[in-house]
Design a protein around this ligand. Sequence first.
Ligand code: RTP
Ligand code: MG
Length: 143
Amino acid sequence: MALERTFSIIKPDAVAKNVIGAIYNRFETAGLRIVASKMVHLSQEQAEGFYAEHKARPFFNALVSFMISGPVMVQVLEGENAVLKNREIMGATNPAEALAGTLRADYAASIDENAVHGSDAAASAAREIAYFFTEAELCARTR
Ligand code: RTP
Ligand code: MG
């Protein structure tokens, strides 16, 4: 299968726990390459726009409040089957249901504060990457 890109966020809870490097290590160990990365403190407008698909859900306001509660790391991961691979590394949305050894099993406290985000499909990955990065900011890793 061809190389694929996915979008990832290390959420404010995990940044506060100082486990950015540990999480990056999981991505790299699984064969995913970081091709763009930055730390940002989201504005309310940015967080609401990013999670617009969840606007009608009961957890929307809590989700936005959490996502702006501190800085996050946003990154683009590249590799074979990157979207699905990243979802496997992350584990289930609710850490109580996440498989042992996944990021959410190891670093998430609850379904509301669950350490990481990852795109759920190729189309959402493309939209989410473009939300945070220009094409010029995505670095080829061909060396
Ligand atoms: P994410 O988008 O953050 O990668 O997570 P996901 O695909 O596994 O879950 P999604 O359904 O897209 O939900 C987005 C985020 O909203 C929060 N959530 N809370 N209290 C709840 O029932 C509930 N459901 C979802 C989670 O923080 C989830 O990651
Ligand atoms: Mg989602």
